[in-house]
Write a protein that binds this ligand. Structure first.
Ligand SMILES: C[S@@+](CC[C@H](N)C(=O)[O-])C[C@H]1O[C@@H](n2cnc3c(N)ncnc32)[C@H](O)[C@@H]1O
Length: 328
């Protein structure tokens, strides 16, 4: 991970800031989210391909963290999540494999805004060029929320063909890489804290490809428990997702994405009560599970674990965490 000092960047002339805050913002209360007119406060804009509406990280940050806590976006793109960290008094770490994305994120962060109660020489926002599968500058259990928005396999290509960019990978290789991303998110997240993942599906040869379900499996396989499956409605999907020619089709245009919210179990937590929200394919006999889903049965899966043996961290509990990880 190579750090980019975002405070040296100037914001581009394109950014005319009308307001640092949304005109209206109501925290979401249900599992269907829809933002037909995405927010344009601060430097938020739709410029970076496929970037998420700022309402998404804002809702996640407000629900799952308290001020000063640390939010990690391991695929930060144009920096939407980090900007929301700055505006909502959270510490933030952003990582992207593409130096150009980090440059844009740095520019978007250059608001001239600084929370009044933060020391001027303290840097609560850290930005790195790096790989979400190897977050070597981040200690285990240090993060209070992971907000992750990966490419949807190779639907939108990012960068100039860098093979480490997951958007260059076909579905099977993409899923294997996402398994590593999930494991790394699990490592850095504090116990009993949340990891949110926005992911969409696609259609090949006019048939549905449920990328989201396959990504869900990678996170459950890493040891997470599912807390939410939020449907995020998609607007303008013809320009961003499905580019079918003609005006009539014998199928429906995909107009939703899944925002999964996972929880890393607390230390030593017994997951018996959550047995329907964890990795379910342990429950089949390995022979029938292998028949049903051969790729999911790894050599580690030979023995069915008890719920109490699902991985949990041995390090500090969240209550013992001391703010200031980023000050080192
Ligand atoms: C959907 S975009 C994220 C957009 C972001 N949420 C925003 O609002 O701008 C996915 C990002 O993942 C990045 N990416 C792909 N592979 C990566 C990897 N191995 N490690 C880190 N970032 C990666 C891409 O470069 C791209 O910027």
């Amino acid at each position: 991970m190579v750090e980019v000092d975002w405070r040296r960047h100037r914001r581009t002339a394109a950014h005319r800031i009308r307001s640092l805050e949304p005109e209206t913002f109501e925290p979401e209360r249900t599992t269907v989210w829809s933002f037909p007119r995405r927010g344009r406060w601060a430097t938020h804009a739709s410029g970076y391909p496929g970037n998420w509406a700022p309402e998404v990280p804002r809702n996640l940050i407000l629900r799952y963290t308290t001020p000063e806590e640390i939010v990690l976006d391991p695929m930060v793109g144009g920096g939407t999540t980090l900007l929301e960290c700055l505006l909502n008094h959270r510490q933030g770490i952003g990582v992207d494999i593409e130096p150009n994305a980090c440059e844009l994120a740095a520019s978007n962060l250059s608001l001239g805004h600084w929370p009044v109660d933060w020391p001027p020489d303290w840097n609560p926002i850290r930005l790195y060029v790096g790989d979400a599968r190897r977050l070597d500058r981040i200690a285990a259990n240090a993060i209070h929320l992971v907000a992750l928005h990966p490419p949807y396999a190779d639907i939108i290509r990012y960068g100039g063909g860098n093979p480490s960019n997951l958007s260059c990978l076909k579905l099977d290789a993409f899923l294997a890489a996402m398994r590593d991303v999930a494991a790394e998110a699990y490592r850095v997240l504090a116990p009993n804290r949340h990891c949110a993942v926005l992911i969409g599906d696609t259609r090949r040869h006019k048939h549905y490809v449920p990328i989201s379900v396959r990504v869900l499996e990678q996170f459950l396989d890493a040891g997470f428990v599912l807390r939410e499956d939020i449907i995020k409605l998609q607007h303008k999907m013809k320009s961003t997702r499905e580019k079918w020619r003609g005006s009539t089709y014998d199928f429906y245009l995909i107009a939703h994405e899944h925002l999964y919210v996972f929880r890393k179990p607390a230390e030593g937590e017994d997951l018996k009560d959550y047995r329907y929200s964890v990795k379910w394919w342990w429950e089949s006999s390995s022979a029938s599970a292998t028949r049903a889903c051969p790729r999911l049965i790894s050599s580690r899966a030979a023995a069915k674990p008890t719920f109490s043996s699902i991985p949990s961290s041995s390090a500090r509990s969240p209550t013992q965490w001391t703010p200031g990880f980023l000050r080192r």
